[in-house]
Design a protein around this ligand. Structure first.
Ligand code: ADP
Ligand code: MG
Length: 377
């Protein structure tokens, strides 16, 4: 009923769809994450469905369905084409969008969002894509001037911190009369080209991910948020102006840090991470239920910040990253239950396929080993 009402509202133009599209990406099996040599416990069934062994009852598997399921062989390019490229044109029409990577530490969020030089992820591809779209529009001469800019921030312990001009200051989140969310004081850097973006973004993101161990642990405990803003202005009167915002978010690890025995400051962080992720899951649930009920954006900094770019008339994609090894079993369940459209218990044994290790040499950095799931102090 609710879905039908939303569809009717959309047809009448009175309400826009607010669903968050949910994709799940399984990273390749890694030997070093499987010291007991148990193989994988998750596998792809088709482009929307996966199955995971039910270890409470080995005669059962659980099948989960999503909007899209990307198996372990999926390339960076395929993830971008299917989940991100289609939403970029909306930014040039003054609409907002957001892309999140969700999942436990070690499951591939940063690989998906940032990637590497050889395998660039969603962020460099999306920014390049926005520049290309703007260039194409300018060639059409339809009378609009475009400008592109960026901000880069992190939410750590429910504090909003500027990564382009680092200081310990917690920035406020405000809403203007048109319900746009603003962060007064946040650095906004105009961008002239993709290489210009690169030169601002890479040092800031390296700061966040490869410095000391202490900082590195932080990278799995904070939400890193890149904002790309596209402003277009009509060349002739009335000089209308429209702003489209794209948020690209590498979320904190979704593992339950309380279970890993964190104390003191770590426990406080866990509480803050869990609050933001828990609220995000409530927001996504409530948007996808489509009943028009209250969406609890204000319950955490992350969802408050994203309020104008998640749901409503914006275009949102959640890429849930999971890992196939048994060490991640419970984290995988948590992530799947957050992401699933539907779940089914099937009475049949998990089909064990020979695990062929992909030729990708997967080398975990020291950071990830130390900040990693099993090595928490
Ligand atoms: P997270 O950010 O979720 O903690 P990472 O992105 O750092 O996880 O991934 C953990 C490790 O797995 C890294 O060494 C990364 O390069 C590797 N990895 C993740 N996803 C893939 C993938 N799809 N293909 C190849 N390697 C991957
Ligand atoms: Mg990461």
């Amino acid at each position: 009923m609710a879905a039908q009402r939303v569809a009717e509202d959309v047809a009448k133009g009175t309400k826009q769809t607010a669903r968050v599209r949910v994709a799940v990406r399984l990273r390749p099996y890694m030997h070093m994450q499987d010291p007991k040599g148990e193989g994988a416990c998750v596998r792809r069934l088709d482009t929307e469905t996966l199955e995971i062994i039910n270890w409470r009852n080995a005669t059962e598997t659980l099948q989960y369905q999503f909007d899209v399921f990307h198996g372990e062989e999926t390339t960076q390019q395929e993830v971008f084409l299917s989940s991100v490229k289609p939403i970029l044109p909306h930014l040039l029409k003054g609409q907002n969008a957001s892309v999140f990577a969700y999942g436990p530490t070690g499951a591939g969020k940063t690989h998906t969002m940032l990637g590497s030089q050889e395998q660039p992820g969603v962020i460099p591809r999306a920014v390049r894509g926005v520049f290309n779209l703007v260039k194409a529009k300018e060639r059409e001469h339809e009378g609009w001037d475009y400008s592109i800019g960026m901000s880069y921030l992190e939410i750590y312990n429910e504090k909003v911190l500027d990564l382009l001009s680092p200081s310990a200051q917690d920035l406020p989140i405000r809403e203007d009369k048109d319900r746009n969310i603003l962060i007064p004081g946040l650095t906004h850097t105009p961008l002239s080209s993709f290489s210009n973006f690169h030169s601002h973004f890479i040092p800031a993101s390296l700061n966040r991910t490869t410095a000391s161990t202490k900082l590195n642990q932080r990278s799995s405990r904070s939400h890193a948020i890149l904002l790309i803003k596209v402003v277009r202005t009509q060349r002739n009167p009335p000089h209308r102006q429209q702003t489209g915002k794209l948020y690209l978010v590498d979320l904190a690890g979704s593992e339950d840090n309380r279970r890993t025995g964190n104390k003191g400051i770590r426990l406080k962080e866990s509480g803050a991470i869990n609050l933001s992720l828990f609220t995000l899951s409530k927001v996504v649930d409530s948007l996808n239920a489509g009943g028009g009920g209250r969406v609890p954006y204000r319950d955490s900094k992350l969802t408050r910040l994203l309020q104008d770019s998640l749901g409503g008339s914006s275009h949102s994609v959640m890429i849930t990253n999971i890992a196939p090894e048994y060490t991640y079993y419970f984290e995988t369940f948590t992530a799947l239950n957050f992401a699933a459209k539907s779940k089914q218990i099937v009475n049949k044994p998990f089909i064990r396929e020979t695990v062929t290790v992909p030729s990708v040499q997967v080398k975990r950095s020291r950071e990830e080993q130390e900040a990693g799931r099993s090595g928490e102090p």
